[in-house]
Design a protein around this ligand. Structure first.
Ligand SMILES: Cc1cc2nc3c(=O)[nH]c(=O)nc-3n(C[C@H](O)[C@H](O)[C@H](O)COP(=O)(O)OP(=O)(O)OC[C@H]3O[C@@H](n4cnc5c(N)ncnc54)[C@H](O)[C@@H]3O)c2cc1C
Length: 381
């Protein structure tokens, strides 16, 4: 059985590793030109279940490297005003570890480079009784027995499979970026997070403190793995009110324009916060609209399925990566059960799709609750 995974993001790579280890014939297709293309670097917090699912797709050899490039998530959070006066202490969040997404993506690629094709953009597919014909932007085609759409929030696969599921703008913009973690900025976040609450704007700060430099750790623990030379950083996310229409002119392709707007919003704030935005790593900062997908309900099972953000399109910041890792473990187990004769492939896939949709529904409810919380904080400030 030939399985083609569309998308070499966190979920697609985790799935491909597991399927290959189980002996399946699997290939991954990715539209980006390389793992370094475009903005990739923000921190990902994983609680124990997501972390266990991530560890389960890595080889024993890579686990010490994973541990070495993690960061601790400890301590209480706090809310402050734009002059850094304490407004409230927040309870510790959860036991977990922090990772940089770009570092994780490189780790997940290590050892399976031969089955990942970059610079290949899926444009659509045709499902037949005996296979699925995939069509790419360069005009080429290939046939698969099973296709897994792991192609993220704007999934081409989902748009064709479930055309009624739309991803809608929430009418809100978010700015995201990172700034190298100097002592001055480390003091801004003594615990797991600091929320700067201003009228109509929230700025969330969180550290990504690597235990060891990723490149140096790889050189010592697994020299065959090339990890980016990313220094520890402070990740910031600015949630803006709906009436910042001028941000629409500064999306993705205009980092400088977007950053300039964010800096103008924070003008007059505490000098440490002004400096934080002034010293942002511009290649890893920008603004964009926040989007939420319609609920995804189980569909008639066939030869095309979904995984990760493609199957549960929720706005960033929740547990999307953890869900993608859990989906990858679940889908692999289902396909192994079908292969080993415990069930039919259709029944195994249907079970996976039900559980995947249930995970998505829970995560969607949490995302909506988080937005309501921010709106409540906004009207209170
Ligand atoms: C700022 C931010 C903070 C976050 N924080 C957390 C966190 O703390 N914890 C957590 O668990 N999650 C977090 N997330 C969410 C997490 O990053 C995502 O849920 C996760 O990356 C989803 O993985 P995925 O494989 O489904 O999709 P992606 O990682 O988006 O990968 C999809 C891939 O498919 C490729 N692709 C798309 N279309 C095509 C096509 N037509 N043909 C070929 N390839 C295609 C894309 O180029 C991409 O590489 C955060 C997200 C953001 C943006």
């Amino acid at each position: 059985m030939r399985i083609v995974v569309i998308g070499a993001g966190l979920g697609g790579l985790a799935l491909a590793r597991r399927l290959r280890r189980e002996g399946f014939d699997v290939g991954v297709v990715e539209r980006d030109a390389s793992a370094e293309a475009r903005f990739q670097g923000y921190r990902i917090g994983l609680e124990p279940d997501g972390l266990a699912a991530l560890r389960g797709c890595l080889t024993e050899r890579l686990l010490p490297l994973l541990d070495a490039v993690a960061g601790e998530m400890t301590g209480a959070g706090r809310a402050v005003d734009p002059q850094l006066n304490l407004l409230a202490e927040l309870p510790p969040r959860y036991e977990g570890l922090l990772f940089d997404r770009a570092v994780l993506r490189h780790l997940l690629l290590a050892g399976i480079e031969d089955i990942v094709t970059f610079d290949r953009h899926l444009t659509g597919y045709r499902e037949h009784a005996d296979g699925v014909v995939l069509t790419y932007a360069d005009g080429s085609t290939e046939t698969a027995d099973l296709v897994v759409g792991a192609d993220g929030m704007g999934s081409t696969v989902r748009r064709q499979l479930l055309p009624d599921v739309e991803v809608r703008d929430l009418g809100r913009y978010g700015g995201i970026g990172r700034t190298p973690l100097t002592e001055r900025f480390a003091d801004l976040v003594p615990g797991w997070s600091t929320m700067v609450s201003a009228p109509d704007v929230q700025l969330m700060l969180g550290k990504m403190p690597f235990r060891r430099s990723p490149r140096a750790a790889a050189a010592e623990l697994a020299p065959e793995v090339a990890l980016p030379d990313t220094p520890s950083y402070l990740r910031w996310v600015m949630l803006l009110p709906p009436d910042r229409a001028e941000l629409g002119a500064h999306l993705a392709d205009d980092q400088d324009g977007g950053l300039a707007v964010l800096r103008s919003i924070a003008a007059g704030w505490h000098p440490d916060l002004v400096a934080l935005l002034a010293e942002a790593d511009r290649a890893n900062s920008g603004v964009g609209p926040l989007r939420l997908g319609d609920p995804v309900e189980p569909w008639e099972t066939g030869r095309v399925t979904l995984l990760g953000d493609a199957g549960h399109p929720v706005p960033p910041g929740g547990a999307g990566a953890a869900l993608a890792f859990l989906d990858a473990a679940d889908l692999t187990n289902a396909l192994v059960a079908a292969r080993d004769g415990g069930t039919t492939r259709t029944a195994a896939l249907a079970g996976y799709e039900q559980r995947m949709c249930a995970r998505g529904a829970e995560s969607r409810a949490q995302a909506l609750a988080a937005f309501q919380m921010f709106d409540a904080a906004r009207s209170a400030s």
